[in-house]
Ligand binder design. Structure first.
Ligand SMILES: Nc1ncnc2c1ncn2[C@@H]1O[C@H](COP(=O)(O)OP(=O)(O)OP(=O)(O)O)[C@@H](O)[C@H]1O
Ligand SMILES: [Mg+2]
Length: 240
């Protein structure tokens, strides 16, 4: 029985619809993410990725369809959204029972490499450190589904690579289903098990990364994804 629960998908979305006025931003969207599965979501700017994240997180309304998840859903945005008047520990433990919250926050801060900074303040953190606290805050509740909306976009290249390693490690340890929104095709390929492309309000393409990158074909996948995003990689080069 417990096995069944463990194996249940992180989220099942059917015929999802969200519209602003008469405009459908999400239109008949189906999505299933398994526990422990890392899914990256690509799509042109304005195609509805953040709207999808907000709807899945319960931060926005649904106009049709269903979202089924058997556990907690946590979200990390591009901005860390920490409370400036709360210590790092209190930020991570926000809304939890004081005693357990403190212990769990201590452990979570340790996991993201910020042990000993419990009583420090958000204003004293670099961008990368603040995102690590945001990750700790998301993971401390052991979410079944972790939503990451361009969490590395504002970071410098080196910090971003370090965050990739950290996120991969944390996800392997905690095993949430992950939906990572990114504009970075290479980031998607290096982190995800599956890559989805959103277009016209629904998921227009899906690639299993391992199958696509075997036999050294990662560059072909990269090319296909760039084409999906309407980026012509030959624009400044000869096609011959
Ligand atoms: N609260 C709102 N009211 C009306 N329109 C909205 C609202 N939120 C988003 N939109 C519109 O919905 C569309 C999708 O926005 P969304 O932020 O989901 O795109 P996105 O794919 O995340 O883009 P980006 O890659 O630039 O972050 C846009 O046209 C946007 O203007
Ligand atoms: Mg967005």
């Amino acid at each position: 029985m417990s096995n069944t629960v463990k194996q249940s998908p992180a989220v099942i979305v059917r015929h999802l619809r969200r519209q602003y006025g008469k405009r459908a931003i999400i239109d008949d969207l189906d999505l299933q993410i398994e526990s422990g599965e890392f899914v990256a979501l690509l799509g042109e700017s304005g195609c509805g990725k953040t709207t999808l994240v907000r709807v899945l997180a319960g931060l926005d309304e649904v106009d049709g369809g269903s979202i089924d998840s058997t556990g907690e859903i946590a979200v990390v945005f591009q901005e860390h959204r920490l409370m400036p008047w709360l210590s790092l520990e209190a930020n991570v433990a926000l809304g939890m029972n004081e005693k357990t919250g403190r212990l769990l926050a201590h452990n979570a801060l340790g996991e993201v490499g910020l042990a000993g900074r419990e009583n420090d303040w958000p204003r004293n953190l670099s961008g990368g450190q603040a995102q690590r606290v945001a990750l700790a805050r998301a993971l401390v509740r052991e979410p079944k589904l972790l939503l990451l909306d361009e969490p590395f976009a504002a970071l410098d290249a080196l910090t971003r690579i370090k965050m990739h390693v950290l996120v991969k490690d944390l996800v392997a340890r905690h095993q949430p289903g992950v939906l990572l929104v990114t504009h970075d095709v290479d980031e998607a390929i290096s982190l995800a098990d599956r890559i989805l492309v959103m277009r016209n309000g629904h998921l227009a393409a899906s690639y299993f990364v391992a199958a696509e990158t075997e036999h050294g074909r990662a560059s072909l996948l990269r090319e296909n994804l760039l084409q999906e995003l309407s980026v012509d990689i030959y624009t400044n080069e000869s096609r011959t």
